[in-house]
Each structure stands twice: as structure tokens, then as C-alpha cells.
Design a binder for this molecule. Structure first.
Ligand code: URA
Length: 227
């Protein structure tokens, strides 16, 4: 989809979402949060990562992915020639669920207008979901084990506008289950391959510039490694 907004307008709307989220009381998570974590990154990002929900560190910092998962996300980004500032990172819900439990459907639904506004402001070419809960927001019937690591096409019900949905495992899953890490690395390489193909087709977005110096061939799976 061609971008129809300006960087300035996108930045203003993203700041407005952040302000509105900081005072939001649409669900019970507002009662236990330290502060909302609206997300951050480049207002012209063509690639948006959607995580699940802020954890304890994010709740304190007011920024997404600042803990161990965030460090792995940064490493994965570096492996495909990208820095955090070149993409946009946000979550399906903007406030931390207590005890780091999964967000409930009612909480995701209450927060959906913020996600919608952010995606409408950013108009990304690719939305990379991190983990099964983020995937479920866009593709409720998709199973991450079946669809990760390649563009996901759905015929109806998609909320991602003109963006391509690219499901990935959550970095935390790879930290808990080491066998998922090579899978996630291979999926990131596949994401880079997709970005390169998009850039070659003339998308012309700075953040999607072609990068030659990273592996674009998925390496073969080793025995016992998760799919
Ligand atoms: N996990 C998420 O899904 N989001 C964060 O911001 C941090 C950890």
C-alpha cells in the first residue's frame, strides 16, 4: 500500500495515541499499571513488530521490549541489518497484565482502537507479529507452528490494512525453549528476504532498503530443532 500520510502527521497521531493510552481506563489493566507502554520507533517505519503485552520492566520504563526478550529482539534485528530506531515496536495491549499473565480477550478488545490508530498512522508494509497472542489479534484461526516465517495470506477478516502479515515466534519463547532460537533466526532471515524482494519491486522505503551483507538463505534445520 502506498503511504498516504506524511511523517509529521504520523508522528503527531502516534504521540496522540501515547497520550490517550496514558490516561486510558477502558479495562482493568489501568488499575495495576505503573504507566502505559504505547510503543516506539520510527514514524516512517515500513516494518512494525507487534508483541503481546508489556512486562514488569516495560511497565517501569514505559518502553516496549527493554528486558531479555528485547535484547534478543535487538540481536535478531541486527542479524538482518536493522536497528530498533528504523522499525516500530508496539504491543497488542498497552498496559502490563498482572503477574505477566496473558492478556484477556476483553483487554485486547479494549486496547484494539489504539492498535488500529497506530497502524493507520504508520501504514507499514509489513506487520511482524511476535508470538501466538499477537498473531491471534490479526489472524484468529492461524496456528503459529504452521504459519511462522513467511507472509501469511488470509482472505477475510484481516485487520492489517494493506500490510503483509509476517508471523514470528515470540523472542521469550526462544529464551524459554532454546530449540526455537534457530527457528526464529531462520524466520528473521526469511523476513529480510521478503523485505529485499519488496525493495526490489520498487517500494522505495528507506527502512526496506536491500541489505546484501546478511544471510538470505534459510539454513537447513538440525535434528530435533523445532519447526
Ligand atoms: N514481551 C512483549 O510481548 N512485549 C514487551 O514489550 C516485552 C515483552
Amino acid at each position: 500500500m502506498e503511504r498516504t500520510t506524511t511523517p509529521n502527521r504520523a508522528a503527531l497521531e502516534l504521540a496522540s495515541v501515547a497520550r490517550d493510552a496514558s490516561t486510558c481506563t477502558a479495562c482493568g489493566l489501568s488499575e495495576t499499571r505503573t504507566q502505559a507502554v504505547p510503543g516506539e520507533g520510527s514514524p516512517t517505519a515500513a516494518l512494525v513488530f507487534v508483541g503481546e503485552a508489556p512486562g514488569a520492566r516495560e511497565d517501569l520504563a514505559g518502553r516496549p521490549f527493554v528486558g531479555a526478550s528485547g535484547r534478543l529482539l535487538d540481536d535478531l534485528l541486527a542479524s538482518i541489518g536493522l536497528r530498533r530506531e528504523e522499525v516500530f515496536v508496539l504491543n497488542t495491549v498497552k498496559c502490563r497484565p498482572p503477574e505477566n499473565r496473558n492478556p484477556q480477550r476483553s483487554e485486547t478488545a479494549a486496547c484494539a482502537p489504539f492498535l488500529t490508530r497506530q497502524l493507520q498512522a504508520l501504514q507499514p508494509r509489513v506487520i511482524a507479529t511476535l508470538g501466538k497472542h499477537a498473531l491471534a489479534v490479526f489472524a484468529p484461526n492461524a496456528k503459529i507452528a504452521e504459519v511462522h516465517g513467511r507472509p501469511y495470506t488470509q482472505t477475510e477478516g484481516g485487520q492489517q490494512g494493506g500490510a503483509v502479515l509476517f508471523p514470528l515466534y515470540h523472542p521469550a519463547a526462544a529464551l524459554h525453549n532454546g530449540s526455537l532460537r534457530p527457528t526464529l533466526e531462520r524466520d528473521m532471515a526469511a523476513l529480510r528476504e521478503h523485505l529485499n524482494a519488496d525493495a526490489r519491486e520498487g517500494a522505495g522505503e528507506a527502512t526496506l532498503r536491500e541489505v546484501d551483507s546478511v544471510p538470505t538463505r534459510p539454513r537447513p534445520r538440525t535434528q530435533g530443532e523445532a519447526e
